[in-house]
Structure formats: structure tokens, C-alpha cells
Design a protein around this ligand. Structure first.
Ligand code: R5P
Length: 301
């Protein structure tokens, strides 16, 4: 029988997955030596097939630990390893923007394909490539989406929310979230000047909105795949407040909300800040583990 291997930082979610799949779960223990090196201890015996469930936020240490774990597991006779990483790191740098810049997406993707037979993730940040297989070649690379879980979650909270994406890229999510309930949606245009400076606009340069939605007195939900600095959401909220909606909520798949992002959004009067459990965070409000479990079941049927 397949065994789920979990790490302390994502144990609750891995346990939920194990329960959904009726699979056993064991923990990999990590000991940090005073010099910064790590001792990784696996269960004494492992079956032929294992699933490692660990999200890859804070990736630098975790990647080393995964490489050690996967190699040690193979040394114990494991023949098939699936990595479930609800948040997949290093997907953003997909080209060298300046001479000398490493294309980390390809490098990390190749590394993952060297160690894992299958990689499953949720809404990876793919910009200029169409499929995850292009980033993680020669292995089974599966992309899942949080849209269905978000849509179902929002249906319980609102009657007829208006779904707004803060940039062109977010149209895929806004559309998929709105479609099942025939909600209205729209997207903004975004210009990024630096890591923390963005401009978000729901009107074109003539001040005309791409869709004429009346947002006054409506429940508005801004959706995005990831909130990193949160500046994209902050700018979107500032723009949307001008139209005097009844409420503004934000919902993302992957929640980082670094530094003062939550405080800034709260100070702007945002009514709700929600995220999935792809990354453990105080804003976690719904789970993508069921979506992952369905995929694992389909894979093994
Ligand atoms: C961009 O393409 C993404 O979909 C997000 O909008 C972006 O990564 C959010 O970053 P931040 O929270 O730093 O504005």
C-alpha cells in the first residue's frame, strides 16, 4: 500500500489527504544541527510507492530536505515517488530578463524530475509556458486548479458577488470562479515597476472600463493565484473603493502576504481576506486537499 510521508510544517494538510485517501501516513523528522546542516530521518521501513506531501513555500531548505528524503527512500527500495507540492516554488523566473540571470524554473524543474516520478501542484505560476510538463520534463507533471474550491466557498458567503481579477493573467481564474454560478466578472490591467510597486487599473487610458459593471453597493471579490507582497491586491482595492461597493473581499490560492500586507489591506477596509491551505497562513479559509485527493484517486484507479 502507498504511504504518505509528511513533514511537520505541512502535517495537518498531509493528514487530511491521508484521511481522504484512506492511506497510512508517517512523518519525516528533521533535526537542525547547530552549524545549519540538517539530519533527515525517514521511517525505518517504506513500501514500494510513497507520496511526499509538502508545500514548497520557504523553498531553499525544503528542497535540500526533499532531495535527501527522496534519495534515502530510493536507497530503502522505494520505486515510485509522487511529490505533492500544493505550492510549487521557483516557477516565476522562466526566462533570463538580464544577462547572467539563471532560469530557475528550468533548473528546479529538472531537479524535481530527477527525483520524483510524479509531481502534483495547484495553480503554479506559469507565465510564458503552457504546461507544467515544459517546466518539469520527463516526469508526470500535473497541474490542478483551486477555482472550483474557491467558487464553492464563495457561494456559501455571497448571493451574487462580482468577481474581479487584478491583471490580465487572472482572467482564467476569475472566469472559472464566476462561470458555475453565472456571476459577473471583470479584470484589470496591471503594470509592475518593481517587486513592491504596481499600478492596477480597471479602466483603459481613456477611463473606460473593459466591461461596464456597476460595482456600487455590490459584494466584490478580488481573486488571484498568489499574494506575495500583497501590493497587487492593495492597488486593486484602492481603485475599486472609488466605486463604493457594499463590501470588498480578497481570495487567493497561495497566501504569503509578506511584511505589512495584511495590515495594509485591513486598514483599507477590506472585509475579508481568504486563502487556501496550499500554504499554512492565518488567512486559510478553505482547503484544496479534496481537489488533490480526487486527482490522486484518479491516478491510481
Ligand atoms: C502575478 O502575475 C500574480 O498573478 C500575482 O498577481 C502577483 O504575483 C502578486 O504579487 P504581489 O502580491 O507581490 O503584488
Amino acid at each position: 500500500m502507498t504511504l504518505i510521508l509528511a513533514f511537520e510544517d505541512y502535517y495537518a494538510q498531509a493528514e487530511k489527504l491521508a484521511n481522504c485517501l484512506s492511506l497510512p501516513i508517517k512523518q519525516v523528522n528533521i533535526h537542525q544541527f547547530p552549524d545549519g546542516e540538517t539530519k533527515v530521518t525517514l521511517p525505518e521501513t517504506l513500501p514500494e510507492k510513497i507520496i511526499i506531501c509538502r508545500s514548497l513555500n520557504n523553498p531553499n531548505e525544503k528542497l535540500i530536505e526533499l532531495v535527501i528524503t527522496a534519495t534515502a527512500a530510493r536507497n530503502q527500495g522505494v520505486t515510485h515517488i509522487t511529490l505533492i507540492a500544493p505550492y510549487l516554488c521557483y516557477m516565476r523566473q522562466d526566462i533570463a530578463f538580464n544577462k547572467g540571470e539563471a532560469v530557475s524554473q528550468k533548473i528546479i524543474g529538472q531537479m524535481l524530475s530527477d527525483y520524483f516520478d510524479c509531481v502534483i501542484t495547484v495553480d503554479p505560476h506559469l507565465h510564458r509556458i503552457k504546461s507544467l510538463a515544459e517546466a518539469i520534463p520527463n516526469t508526470q507533471a500535473i497541474t490542478l486548479h483551486a477555482s472550483q474550491a474557491i467558487s464553492a466557498f464563495l457561494q456559501k458567503k455571497f448571493n451574487q458577488p462580482i468577481i474581479l481579477g487584478p491583471d490580465e493573467e487572472s482572467e482564467q481564474w476569475a472566469k472559472a470562479i464566476a462561470a458555475p454560478h453565472h456571476w459577473q466578472y471583470n479584470i484589470a490591467t496591471k503594470q509592475r515597476f518593481s517587486d513592491t510597486e504596481v499600478d492596477v487599473s480597471f479602466t483603459n487610458n481613456k477611463g473606460v472600463a473593459s466591461k461596464q459593471l456597476d460595482l456600487a453597493a455590490q459584494d466584490i471579490v478580488i481573486v488571484d493565484d498568489i499574494a506575495s507582497t500583497g501590493k497587487t491586491l492593495v492597488q486593486a482595492v484602492i481603485e475599486l473603493k472609488k466605486q463604493k461597493p457594499k463590501s470588498i473581499s480578497v481570495i487567493v490560492t497561495h497566501a504569503f502576504f509578506v511584511d505589512s500586507a495584511i495590515v495594509e489591506l485591513t486598514n483599507l477596509g477590506v472585509n475579508n481576506i481568504w486563502s487556501s491551505d496550499s500554504i499554512p497562513h492565518p488567512t486559510n479559509a478553505f482547503s484544496i486537499i479534496d481537489t488533490i485527493a480526487q486527482q490522486v484517486k484518479a491516478n491510481t484507479d
